[in-house]
Design a protein around this ligand. Structure first.
Ligand SMILES: [Cu+2]
Length: 147
């Protein structure tokens, strides 16, 4: 009986040691992965940013427009993401002249993602979805374009 207990104790001790060793190995692997893994993504982000300097994310939802309130002047790439079950469009209206300076070609389908390029001069604008009364339901957003 006592001999069997000692056997069990030895097995338990062996298991504990192996678990401890595993934890040490996993722990050291994790820290290696973290220290090695931190640097390449940062470099990738930098090079991606260099290639696409001005990609602006715009969300068209039921019923709001999510976008930055300041955009840089000049050539822009917009990534439009429709996130509602409704169709949406997007129109930029210059505040001083109340003219449409840009608009999407047709409406975005529900959940469509579309990348567009445009050039906006400095000024104040209102972004609007004018489909089916969406503007009055909240789909407008005032923003400025700065040099
Ligand atoms: Cu809309």
């Amino acid at each position: 009986m006592a001999k069997k207990d000692r056997m069990i104790d030895r097995i338990r001790l062996g298991l504990l040691c192996r678990l401890g060793l595993c934890a040490l190995i996993i722990g050291s692997c994790d820290s290696e992965q973290n220290s090695a893994g931190d640097e390449p993504p940062a470099q990738q982000e930098l090079s991606a940013d260099a290639n696409i300097p001005d990609t602006i994310e715009i969300t068209l939802a039921d019923f709001y427009i999510g976008m930055p309130d300041i955009l840089p002047a000049g050539d822009l790439t917009l990534r439009l993401a429709s996130e509602g079950v409704e169709e949406h469009n997007l129109i930029f209206v210059a505040k001083d002249t109340e003219e449409n300076v840009w608009e999407t070609e047709g409406r975005l389908s529900p959940y469509e993602v579309r990348t567009v390029e445009l050039n906006l001069p400095a000024g104040k604008y209102t972004a609007v979805c004018d489909f089916s009364g969406h503007e009055t339901r909240g789909m407008f957003f005032e923003f400025a374009v700065h040099q």
